[in-house]
Design a protein around this ligand. Structure first.
Ligand SMILES: *Cc1c(COP(=O)(O)O)cnc(C)c1O
Length: 425
């Protein structure tokens, strides 16, 4: 069966035909491609067409698909055990590697997704402070837990409304929401509610609504207000952790959060999440403390060992400077090509090996209100042109793209040749 036939069949038995919404191409139109295998920087569709992958499973695959060294430990693990539901040494090795390499992380708990990590970190923050309210920002995504599937309400600053049906109003009334990059609203909100706010949760590099790089002074302001009001600061580094550098944005900014959430890269391509922080905070978690959190498949040996191998390679090989250079250079050339053919002028926002293609704006943008209004439809056009000739970007103009170490200079040059051909057609 081809992708079209598979999608038609899938829609009959799976909501929207997919197991996660963005995969459905609903944002760009058309029918999603079904893939049957992957290797390095490339995907193979069920039609046997090859695509160069710039979505990379939305971030986990910093060494590309099935890196041979990671595959080797996965195969070894499959021949050892699949799951114990009991104590084992593999998660200890990963925990030890992370805690010994990230100074502000003393204790860590593994879960199965980024969503779970965030949900658990909020619980710890509420337990520690005895407060109920949390503060998040419009333009940050933290997974699909009820209390964070909210956006700014239309009324007072800080007021929230739900971003999904099925969420009881009581679930969101303690979630305050602010726009990013607005220090005045932030100060005002803390003046009113500061002593009731258990924690502020933020993506220190917001990368789920385009790439909204924040001013360092703004993030420092958040940190200072948190200290002043004894509110905990949670960095959601599910995307940025181990991606922008081994120590993520916390290291880059030199701002120490109280709790950090990881996902994506930490499992080397397998479902792993984690939340971590000081021993004092993490000891609140069961069984050492009163905050309950558990998981049947948590610290699954396959994810633990794939994650450890990935992190070890990142630490030893330090691919970050080269990835950053390649990403800047490649996206500059790609947007140059697009600009030769499109009536709209494009640019790439880059940070490390993350990139976001958007219409050129007169200044850097830091919040969702500044995203050009026709961005979605402009992106859809470019997306389909590139897809036609085998370039796979994340199927939404609000998702970022990624490079991996498997994107060699040759593959990047091939991509540009394909893009040129696509855009001419
Ligand atoms: C992907 C992501 C999540 C959710 O992780 P899942 O594993 O999809 O549950 C949470 N926060 C951020 C910043 C993410 O990018």
């Amino acid at each position: 069966m081809n992708s079209n036939e598979l999608f038609e069949k899938s829609k009959k038995i799976v909501p929207g035909g997919v197991h996660s919404p963005v995969r459905s191409f609903s944002s760009v139109g058309g029918t999603p491609v079904f893939f049957k295998s992957a290797s390095g920087a490339k995907l193979i569709s069920v039609e046997d067409k090859t695509y160069i992958d710039y979505c990379l499973s939305f971030g986990p695959l910093i060494f590309g698909h099935r890196h041979p060294e990671i595959q080797e430990v996965v195969e070894e693990t499959i021949n050892t055990a699949w799951s114990f539901g009991a104590c084992e040494p593999y998660s200890l090795s990963l925990a030890e590697f992370i805690t010994s390499n990230i100074p502000w992380v003393n204790k860590i708990r593994f879960v199965n997704s980024g969503t779970e990590a965030v949900m658990s970190a909020l619980r710890v923050a509420r337990a520690k402070t005895g407060r109920s309210k949390i503060l998040k920002f419009d333009g940050c995504y933290h997974g699909h837990l009820d209390s964070l599937l909210v956006k700014a309400g239309s009324g007072l600053a800080g007021e929230s409304s739900s971003d999904s049906l099925g969420i009881g109003t009581e679930m969101i009334q303690n979630t305050l929401v602010l726009p990013l990059d607005d220090e005045e609203s932030l100060e005002n909100l803390f003046q009113t509610f500061g002593e009731q706010i258990a924690c502020v949760i933020i993506e220190p590099l917001p990368a789920n609504f385009g790439l909204l790089v924040q001013r360092k002074s703004y993030l420092e302001k958040i940190y200072k207000l948190c200290r002043k009001y004894q509110t905990l600061l949670i960095f959601d580094e599910v995307i940025s952790g181990f991606r922008v550098g081994f120590g993520g944005m916390a290291e880059f900014l030199n701002i120490q959060p109280d709790l950090v959430c990881y996902g994506k890269i930490i499992g080397g391509g397998f479902p792993v999440g984690a939340y971590a922080g000081s021993a004092e905070l993490m000891d609140l978690v069961a069984p050492s403390g009163p905050v309950y959190q558990a998981g049947t498949l948590s610290a699954n040996p396959i994810g633990m060992r794939a994650g450890l191998k990935t992190l070890q390679k990142l630490k030893i090989e330090n691919p970050y400077p080269a990835l950053e250079r390649k990403t800047k250079d490649f996206t500059a050339k790609l947007t140059e090509l697009i600009n030769e053919y499109d009536s709209v002028e494009w640019e790439a926002v880059c940070f490390g090996s993350l990139f976001w293609l958007k219409e050129k704006t007169s200044k850097e943008i830091h919040s969702i209100t500044e995203i050009p209004k026709n961005h979605k439809s402009q992106f859809a056009k470019i997306f389909h042109k590139l897809l036609n000739n085998g370039i796979y970007l994340a199927p939404s103009g609000y998702e970022v793209g990624f490079l991996s170490t498997a994107h060699t200079d040759n593959i990047l040059a091939d991509t540009l040749d394909l893009a040129k051909k696509s855009l001419r057609e």
